[in-house]
Design a protein around this ligand. Structure first.
Ligand code: KG4
Ligand code: ZN
Length: 349
């Protein structure tokens, strides 16, 4: 089986060709970073227009790189949500049009399911597994029990983890997007220099909160000497505060995941797989901490390679393959879903 994947839910336009033998034949990501940079964040209308400009050329290049034509495809998978509605409409419309014109099945993929199933593309992880899904818009712990079968064990009551990275990076003058810049700045920082809170640590359950931590970083930052106009904080201060923040986020994520392991084991006594996915899963400190946690609990931690943690279309093509294998396709009347929870039974936090 060979499937074209299309991803347009946020600020990366992406197209990929993946096979059911778990081969990524092509995976292209066109970043819109420069278009959004002046605004310090993603501007939905700019994103939608950029997807429109970029997507058709990108799909052609992905097919060329994979050495296949549209006729060779067994299906076309596009992100159907959740995400910024304008971008999702662009990707879904392209996917439907190609499916209609070439008489191929269309699959509308939940972007979060794309992240959730990536470990099966890269590492063939078997169901069930415990998933920590940490991205720019989401922060959840889920029992992944099958394709389309998710039980949410915890979620954030305020910010997503990636959102916290982005906001703190902005405060520290590290620009946008914040996660990778903050990780780089933290590399030689002293994480112990500033005292920062660990929201919800030690509390029962597996929910998250990051807004108090973000405020604490702001208070510390406001007390630091700031250079003259156009010059920011001293590099040492930025490194130490970035390292302190990264350590605090990691502590919280590890603590909540520890509780989720117990909740997961109550459902699946013998399960041993812990998976981390989503953009923040690219963070090396976090990956190392979670690997340690897994080892303590007799589990194995799997994290996709960083390029498949952040948004890409290979994960959408793969989720499309998983659904096609089960005979799950969508009609051309599929309506884009800006909100689309993985576990519809879970209540709002
Ligand atoms: O999954 P993703 O690419 O897009 C969403 O679906 O949201 O996640 C993007 C998020 C951003 O908040 C970004 O700052 C964060 O992932 N991120 C990181 C790192 N790389 C990306 N956060 C921490 N450390 C990183 N190395
Ligand atoms: Zn994502």
């Amino acid at each position: 089986m060979i499937v074209l994947g299309i991803e347009t839910s946020c600020d990366e336009t992406a197209a990929a060709v993946v096979t059911d033998a778990r081969a990524i034949r092509a995976s292209l990501v066109a970043s819109q970073l420069e278009a959004h940079r002046p605004y310090g964040g993603v501007v939905p209308e700019i994103a939608a227009r950029a997807h429109l400009d970029l997507l058709d050329g990108l799909v052609c290049r992905a097919l060329d790189a994979a050495g296949v034509g549209l006729r060779d495809l067994d299906g076309i998978a596009a992100t159907g949500g959740p995400g910024l509605i304008g971008g999702v409409i662009v990707g879904v419309t392209m996917g439907k049009a190609l499916a209609l014109a070439h008489d191929r099945p269309f699959v509308a993929v939940n972007h979060l399911e794309g992240h959730a199933l990536t470990c099966r593309l890269t590492d063939d992880v078997a169901f069930p597994y415990l998933l920590l899904l940490v991205s720019g818009g989401h922060c959840q712990l889920l029992a992944v029990e099958g394709v389309g079968r998710y039980a949410r064990l915890g979620t954030t009551i305020d910010d997503a983890a990636g959102e916290a990275f982005d906001k703190v990076a902005k405060m520290l003058g590290l620009g946008f997007p914040g996660g990778p810049a903050l990780e780089a700045a933290a590399a030689d920082g002293d994480a112990a220099r500033f005292e920062l809170p660990r929201p919800l640590r030690g509390r029962p359950g597996a929910d998250f909160s990051f807004s108090g931590l973000k405020t604490a970083v702001r208070v510390v930052a406001e007390g630091l000497p700031h250079g003259p106009e156009g010059r920011g904080f001293a590099p040492r201060d930025v490194a130490d505060l970035a390292a302190g923040f990264q350590a605090a986020v990691s502590d919280v994520l590890v603590d909540r995941t520890r509780n989720a392991i117990a909740m997961f084991r109550a459902r699946h006594a013998d399960a041993t797989a812990l998976v981390v996915a989503g953009g923040v899963a690219a963070n090396r400190t976090l990956r190392a901490r979670l690997a340690d946690l897994a080892a303590v609990h007799g589990m194995t931690m799997t994290a996709p390679p960083p390029a498949l943690c952040t948004d890409n279309a290979a994960m959408i093509a793969w989720a499309g393959i998983e659904r096609l294998r089960l005979g799950l396709t969508d009609g051309l009347d599929f309506a884009p879903r800006p909100r689309w929870p993985l576990d519809p039974r879970a209540e709002a936090a």
